[in-house]
Design a protein. Structure first.
Lengths: 380, 218
């Protein structure tokens, strides 16, 4: 019955006479009819070859299905539906109907395209909304992590700092060494004026010719003998120590961790899980990542340090002087780079410290009473 | 081959009674027990590449098992989650299954994987769907009870409840109500299905289970 030049498509039929109401079928469009022959005719109880046909003049077309491109051909009473989604089927219909169905097919395709465009538009809008939500969420989480850091008890910082310093291999000078006594004395003098005076500040002097000093969270600090050697007065050393103490009291270490861990830490901080934070913080501290802070953190530490110096009746200008000296001479001082490299933009900072010092009411500064030259000699 | 779906709907399983020479293909790991007269052979689920695709994109196993017997015997096939099973008989037509729903089929069925599209993904039905066509019976499972509906025009199903549907069914995503009621009424997005065709729905959804379980975890 199918002539060789007729194209056959694969599709299906819905009709109540078929068991289950549907069957896969071979479909062809010829002689003014759409004809569907079920693939498995032996399901027909009558024994004869069963086929379904819709005259093209009477056909009602619709488009849809899971792919959106399936063409449904129905009789007027909708009792019979022949469907197919093969590519050539629409052309065959158009061709065979001599243009009758052309307009209908065109409008169906148009509405399909319109639907797709509308869907893509909403997908785009939703995607953008998600993106905005994520970015805003990320930054507000980071900001809340910063706030949350201050809400955490300071013993979190202390645990991290102590764990980290124990794991750092440092050849410390004995506690009763002159240099140790000097830095200890400075810490004792500054401590009452710190933001958290109850913090367990511990300072160690390490024999190393580099001009370096750093603070771990919780008040664990290290000063290299190179810094003592290159300072001109004990007040300059006090300037650096005040700066480092400020990193601890401003809790820059914990903020650094929360930023390095990013969103995970932020969430952990917010839900109060500090176990992971401790482990990560210890690791970070060991890698000395935590000893270099952001520019904002450095400026914050400068000003807080200057405030502490002033409160302890020490001249904050000494801090600026030491920065200036390092900047001026750093070509000559071996290893000076190491502290400078982690403390950049010193010109602005020197200016900021000086401006701050000048804005203060004049007081009688009480110098640190030590034999500084003897101490300098002792660390050489 | 006689197949009975037992213990419906909660813990449905298939009891397959096989005569000499009959064969059935089942999802790997679906077999719970069987007669000693049944022989099992394992093969790639389609070709190697399509098996890998079905594993990772269609949440099905990379391998399927083919059971056969020289005398007679029975097999019990089951699914990993509690719920009902259904049987569809294909006569050259096609049915789409949500990833993970397939349990078993007769040998005349071709198992394929089709791109389902972003609409399906948003509807919680996955980017890909299993496409079964050919001739024979197909058994699939769902979480919860299975109910079916013959759709002529439009019908609304909540996301994640659609288990199987025919290719004549069109799917689009819509809001359950207005913006406010959609998100605060707990319905969110819904799937709008458009006939003609038959859809199979499950009375529970995995998303619902996950959300309910999560509420006890923190």
């Amino acid at each position: 019955m199918i002539s060789p030049h007729d194209q056959t498509f694969t599709g299906g039929v819905f009709h109540e006479s078929i068991p289950n109401g549907r069957v896969g079928a071979h479909i062809r469009v010829s002689r003014g009819e759409i004809v569907a022959e079920p693939m498995y005719n032996d399901t027909d109880s009558n024994g004869g070859t069963l086929s379904f046909a819709i005259p093209i003049r009477e056909v009602q077309l619709d488009m849809g299905g899971a792919s959106g491109k399936m063409i449904f051909c129905r009789t007027q009473d909708k009792s019979l539906t022949i469907f197919c989604e093969e590519r050539g089927f629409a052309q065959a219909l158009e061709h065979e109907s001599a243009g009758i169905l052309g307009d209908r097919l065109k409008s169906l395709r148009g509405s399909l395209r319109k639907d797709n465009r509308r869907f893509m538009f909403w997908v785009g809008v939703s995607f953008l909304a998600c993106l905005v939500f994520c970015v805003v969420g990320y930054y507000s989480l980071l900001a809340s992590a910063r706030v949350a850091v201050h809400a955490l008890p300071t013993n979190v910082d202390e645990q991290i700092g102590k764990a980290a310093i124990q794991q750092m291999i440092l050849n410390r000078l004995p506690r009763d060494h002159q240099a140790s006594e000097l830095v200890q004395k400075i810490v004792e003098r500054l401590k009452p004026h710190a933001k958290y005076p109850e913090m367990d500040f511990q300072i160690y002097v390490v024999p190393n010719s580099e001009v370096n000093a750093f603070a771990l969270p919780g008040g664990q600090m290290v000063v290299y003998t190179g810094l003592i050697e290159n300072a001109e007065s004990p007040e300059q050393i006090a300037g650096v120590i005040a700066h480092e103490m400020s990193h601890a009291t401003l809790r820059h270490g914990l903020q650094q961790i929360s930023q390095s861990l990013g969103i995970v830490a932020a969430v952990q901080l917010l839900i109060g899980d500090v176990g992971g934070l401790l482990a990560f913080g210890t690791q970070l501290a060991q890698q000395s990542v935590m000893t270099s802070y952001s520019r904002t953190a450095e400026t914050e530490a400068d000003l807080e340090g200057a405030r502490m110096l002033y409160a302890a009746k020490l001249n904050p200008k000494a801090m600026a002087d030491f920065f200036a000296k390092l900047k001026h001479e750093h070509g000559d001082i071996p290893g000076a780079i190491s502290w400078l490299s982690t403390h950049p933009q010193h010109e602005d900072r020197i200016d900021a410290i000086n401006r701050f010092s000048e804005s203060l009411a004049p007081v009688d500064f009480v110098p640190i009473d030590v034999d500084f030259n003897a101490i300098k000699k002792s660390v050489k | 081959m006689e197949v009975e779906i037992r213990n419906r709907p909660s813990f449905a399983n298939l009891l397959v009674n096989m005569q000499a020479g009959e064969r059935i293909i089942a999802e790997a790991d679906a077999m719970a027990s069987m007669s000693s007269t049944i022989e099992m052979s394992t093969r790639w689920n389609g070709g190697v590449f399509s098996a890998i695709a079905r594993r990772y994109l269609g949440s099905e196993s990379m391998f399927v098992n083919e059971f056969t017997t020289a005398s007679a015997g029975h097999i019990v096939l089951t699914q990993p989650f509690p719920g009902d099973m259904a049987c569809v008989e294909l006569q050259g037509n096609t049915i789409f299954l949500q990833p993970g729903a397939f349990i078993a089929c007769e040998t005349g069925i071709h198992l394929g994987l089709g791109w389902a599209g972003w609409k399906s993904y948003i509807a919680g039905e996955g980017l890909f769907r299993l496409k079964l066509s050919g001739r024979g019976r197909v058994w699939f499972g769902a979480y919860g009870a299975i109910f079916t509906r013959e759709i002529q025009n439009e019908y609304i199903v909540d996301t994640g409840h659609l288990v199987a549907y025919e290719p004549t069914i069109g799917i689009s995503i819509g809001l359950a109500g207005g913006i406010f009621s959609s998100f605060f009424g707990g319905e969110g997005l819904v799937t709008r299905v458009r006939g003609p065709g038959k859809i199979y729905m499950q009375s529970r959804s995995f998303d619902g289970l996950a959300a309910w379980t999560n509420s006890y975890l923190y």
